[in-house]
Design a protein. Sequence first.
Length: 127
Amino acid sequence: MAPEIMHDKKRRLAYSFRRGSRAMTITSATTAAAFYANLISPIMPIRAFGIFAITVVPFCFLITIFVQPLVYIVYETYIFKEPKSDGYFSSEKKVEEDEERGDGDVQVEPIDLETAKQKEEEDLKKY
């Protein structure tokens, strides 16, 4: 994804739908066409299922195109809370608890690839 649209919700959503709308349209149309073939069946339950599927597939496509973007925008605007720069969400209590326990920054030392391979071989020899 292009860096210039990373922080703009509207442009990010438009980019996603531009990339996926053609594929969604084609897959929905071919699925509906496949179920359309059930209409020539002499067996009534299969024909009824075909009518049901021909109705449901385009309806789901329309919901995906029109309702899902609205849900994304509402969620990101009103529900989702941006994480703070330290990686925590807006709960100050969590940060304070970590500071009290001393669970702040964890220092991870880099490991040599050869050392990792040797340890793995030793572990495999145990079994």
